[in-house]
Ligand binder design. Structure first.
Ligand code: SF4
Ligand code: SF4
Length: 286
């Protein structure tokens, strides 16, 4: 089973929940479990999960280089590039690939009849494996600074999931392509929100996305106790299962800022996390 943990915006408690669920599953349940940090632009599960590094893999793409001396400026490469990554000014003998826009699809080198395009590997990120409690695995996808191919790094990170394990995806926040790349691979989606007008607004967008993708889902309310009833009205109207509520407490915020695993903070929290897992596993939430 693959479970994506996501939220409509950053700072809602998504990573706290992902890492807490991973920790509880590892320590108290008899599953082989993997946590994949797919928030590759700003991966931060490592702040909470202190594993033993076991392997590291580069993520690279083939970026074309064009040799102006061989180029006849026929324009085939420019015409086929769906990402408008090739700038060609025949009048001044200029042709170049804009690396930030190139997706490394290889189409330009395929259509060039003059051998003017040569492909070179360019590293855009990395995937690192860590052992956790000797048996389970935390895998972090990380995109290099200045690179814009977030979805490519996410897809490669997801490819590292073990098909026999229970897999948790810590998704990027929002509803854009990187989120869809993660959520579309999940069997179940946990949406994290908070009882505020912003939380409700983002939850509505997230719910639309998840429903369009045809995924089963449930909701966890973080910072519960802020008394914003419209959020709960919406959850009831949409008939989405409320998996659990994590209360708002200063000591929890302090624990978070120190990188502590939240459900180990007290027994009440541990029970909430265990019940969230049971709700998903028992199918009550689906
Ligand atoms: S297809 Fe080859 S020859 Fe034609 S413009 Fe592109 S690089 Fe130059
Ligand atoms: S590899 Fe693909 S995306 Fe990159 S410049 Fe060539 S055609 Fe465009």
């Amino acid at each position: 089973m693959k479970i994506a943990i996501t939220s409509g915006k950053g700072g809602t408690g998504k990573t706290t929940l992902s890492t807490g669920l991973f920790h509880i599953l590892t320590k108290y349940f008899n599953y082989n479990v993997q946590l994949l940090d797919c928030d590759v632009e700003e991966p931060d599960c490592h702040i909470f999960i202190h594993g033993q590094k076991s392997a590291s893999y580069p993520v690279s793409i083939s970026i074309p280089r064009i040799n102006p001396e061989l180029c006849t400026y026929c324009g085939r490469c420019k015409d086929i590039c769906a990402f408008h990554a090739i700038v060609m000014l025949p009048a001044v003998g200029f042709i170049e690939v804009v690396e930030d826009m190139c997706h490394g699809c290889g189409a330009c080198s395929y259509v060039c009849r003059d051998q003017a395009v040569v492909e070179q590997n360019s590293m855009i990120g990395s995937i690192t494996h860590y052992d956790y409690y000797a048996k389970d695995e935390f895998i972090e996808g990380r995109m290099n600074v200045g690179v814009s191919l977030q979805t490519r790094v996410i897809r490669e990170t997801i490819d590292h999931a073990n098909q026999k394990s229970l897999v948790l995806y810590d998704s990027p926040p929002g509803t854009s392509c990187p989120v869809v790349a993660v959520v579309s691979k999940a069997d179940y989606v946990v949406m994290v929100t908070e009882p505020t007008p912003f939380g409700l607004y983002d939850l509505k967008l997230m719910t639309e996305t998840v429903k369009q993708l045809g995924k089963k889902c449930g909701i966890v309310v973080n910072k519960a106790g802020l008394e914003y009833e419209p959020l709960y009205d919406y959850i009831r109207d949409q008939e989405i299962t409320l998996l659990g509520e994590i209360p708002f407490k200063k000591e929890y915020a302090r624990a978070y800022s120190k990188g502590e695993i939240l459900p180990e903070k007290d027994d009440r929290l541990k029970k909430i996390y265990i019940n969230i897992i049971k709700s998903i596993m028992n199918g009550k939430a689906v």
